[in-house]
Design a protein around this ligand. Structure first.
Ligand code: HEM
Length: 537
């Protein structure tokens, strides 16, 4: 019995020993499995756990996903997002890109992590066009950039200065309406018309008073005229809108295979010459131009910037920054503003009911015996809703300007490493059924409801609607852009009836440049709408 009981105790103890050993073994296996899982799903750095990179399509060695991206980048990204979710990665050439596709994650990028994501890495053409990233748009978010942005927002684009430049906008829009009137019955390219109106407005806002004899600017240095500036700005916009392989394969950059770097440098040299000679004449106390400026007592952007250059305050800027800021103003405004005017007119022509409402509102607010003035614009609530809906549908910058975080951040449970290129996919966010009823339908009325219009403005506070971006890098030109696009389109729609040339159909395919534009330009035929023909003079 005793032996029995002893042996049973021993047996019990040995059983317990086995149990403990087995439990330890299981625990070790579980720990190993966890470690293996973590290791295979993450990178371990300095003993801290870092989430893995977002998922994404594999692509090919060396070229990455580049060969699979067609011209419709927004559709390609949409397809990938459907497969991989609200944040995905892809290699374009040798560079890692991350695309953020949901309002929720866009809010994380431009809110919680805004400081880190407020940085950019300029591409090669951008670098040359910004005097080596001495501007607002391409420079990292350092104190120089913040100061320059402050100058742009609070000095150059202040309400007071925008008000003071009202006459330039008025006279340039009038000139456009007169030019279009001269083309009544023939085909008019709307992008061309709005691009040159914006360019003329900006040239005058920046350089000052306009023509003395048709094409010559009094404010330009001797021997220079408007077409010189137009040609150079057009050249810069065209080159800056192209895709440069050197950006995706930095090792090949020194060969400049497409010649884009060389072309942009040559355009910038011309721009610099125009600028330098004009500035020298302006600041030379003996020059006729300098004397005229003093007598007129007015301040164009150039004057404002030159005065800031001479100040010894925190707002003072140097000559390189001054020039870089002017290039920013031209590049950022012309393509985006003319693109949205063209898209909005396209949607109006595609939707006869919208056309009717727009013209009825103009007849009521402006009157057919009158021309559109800037003072009418805040009263054109329906047209405002049409623009907002067009921005939702055809945002000229569908991925904003790329951001490059200056430290690694976690977004949506994934690591976005320092130094990668990040696109905020506004195109997809603006079509997300979670935020938009019938997202594929053009319904301006969705912006008319009072509550909705408060919610969906251009400020970027609602991350489901970001046509001008959000956070520290939000577009600083919203007010000027809005004034120009509303004034130009309202005037075109009020002064003329429009129809497509016989047999033509509206086409919505796109072309990427600085802004996303219509691939086939909108070409339409005007007929006069105003009762009094002297209103076209
Ligand atoms: C309808 C016309 C316009 C549209 C749709 C537009 C849109 C945008 C967008 C989406 C961005 C990038 C924002 C981001 O990354 O979060 C941007 C940046 C910028 N825009 Fe505009 N913009 C327009 C007009 C203008 C005008 C008229 C000016 C100046 C006079 C301007 C100056 C700039 C500058 C300097 C930046 C860079 C800001 C920075 O990096 O801090 N834009 N714009």
């Amino acid at each position: 019995m005793a032996a029995n009981s002893h042996s049973s105790l021993w047996e019990d103890a040995s059983y317990n020993k086995h149990e403990v050993a087995f439990a330890v073994l299981v625990a070790m296996l579980v720990m190993l499995a966890i470690l293996w899982y973590r290791r295979s799903n993450s990178s371990m750095g300095k003993g801290t756990y870092t989430p893995r990179l977002p998922p994404g399509p594999k692509g090919l060695p060396v070229v990455g996903y580049l060969p699979f991206l067609g011209p419709n980048l927004h559709h390609e990204f949409d397809k990938i997002a459907k497969q991989y979710g609200p944040i995905f990665k892809l290699y374009l050439g040798s560079k890692l890109h991350i695309v953020v596709n949901s309002a929720e994650l866009a809010k994380v990028v431009t809110g919680e992590h805004d400081e880190s994501f407020a940085n950019r890495e300029p591409h090669i053409v951008g670098l040359a066009a910004s005097y080596g990233a001495n501007d607002v748009a391409w420079q990292n978010n350092n104190s120089n950039r913040r100061n320059l942005r402050k100058v742009l927002v609070h000095e150059v684009l202040s309400n007071k200065n925008l008000e003071a430049s009202h006459a330039y906008r008025k006279s340039e829009v009038r000139k456009t309406i007169k030019n279009v009137h001269d083309m009544v019955g023939t085909a008019v390219d709307i992008n061309e018309v709005s691009f040159s109106t914006v360019l003329n407005i900006l040239t005058r806002i920046v350089w000052g008073n306009g023509f003395v004899d048709g094409s010559k600017y009094t404010d330009l240095a001797e021997g220079l005229n408007l077409s010189d500036i137009r040609k150079v700005v057009l050249g810069i916009v065209e080159i800056a809108g192209g895709l440069n392989l050197s950006d995706f394969f930095p090792m090949l950059a020194r060969f400049d295979l497409q010649g884009l770097e060389q072309r942009i440098k040559s355009q910038m040299k011309q721009f610099d010459h125009i600028f330098q000679t004009t500035i020298e004449e302006r600041i030379n106390p003996k020059s006729k131009r300098s004397e005229e400026s003093k007598q007129e007592g007015r301040k164009d952007f150039l004057q404002i910037l030159l005065e800031l250059k001479d100040q010894n305050t925190t707002s003072s800027i140097n000559m390189t920054q001054l020039k870089a800021l002017v290039v920013d103003i031209f590049l950022a405004s012309t393509d985006a503003t003319s693109a949205i005017v063209e898209w909005t007119m396209t949607e109006i022509l595609r939707n006869p009911k919208v056309m009717e409402k727009v013209q009825d509102e103009l007849a009521e607010v402006v009157g057919l015996n009158n021309i559109v003035e800037e003072s009418h614009l805040p009263k054109l609530k329906y047209l405002d809703a049409v623009f907002k809906e067009t921005f939702r549908f055809h945002s000229p910058l569908p991925f904003l300007l790329p951001r490059t975080p200056n430290k690694s951040c976690t977004v949506g449970g994934y690591t976005v490493p320092k130094g990668v290129t990040v696109f905020l996919n506004v195109w997809a966010i603006h079509r997300d059924p979670e935020y938009w009823d019938n997202p594929s339908k053009f319904i301006p009325e969705r912006f008319l409801n009072n509550k909705a219009s408060e919610k969906w403005d251009y400020s970027g506070t609602n991350s489901a609607y970001l046509p001008f971006g959000s956070g520290r890098r939000r577009c600083p030109g919203i007010t000027l852009g809005e004034k120009m696009m509303m004034h130009i389109l309202a005037s075109l729609m009020h002064s003329f009836d429009w129809c497509l040339p016989k047999g033509e159909e509206l086409d919505l395919s796109v072309k990427f440049g600085i802004a996303m534009k219509k691939k086939m330009p909108l070409v339409v035929i005007p007929s006069p709408r105003l009762r009094d023909s002297s209103l076209y003079m």
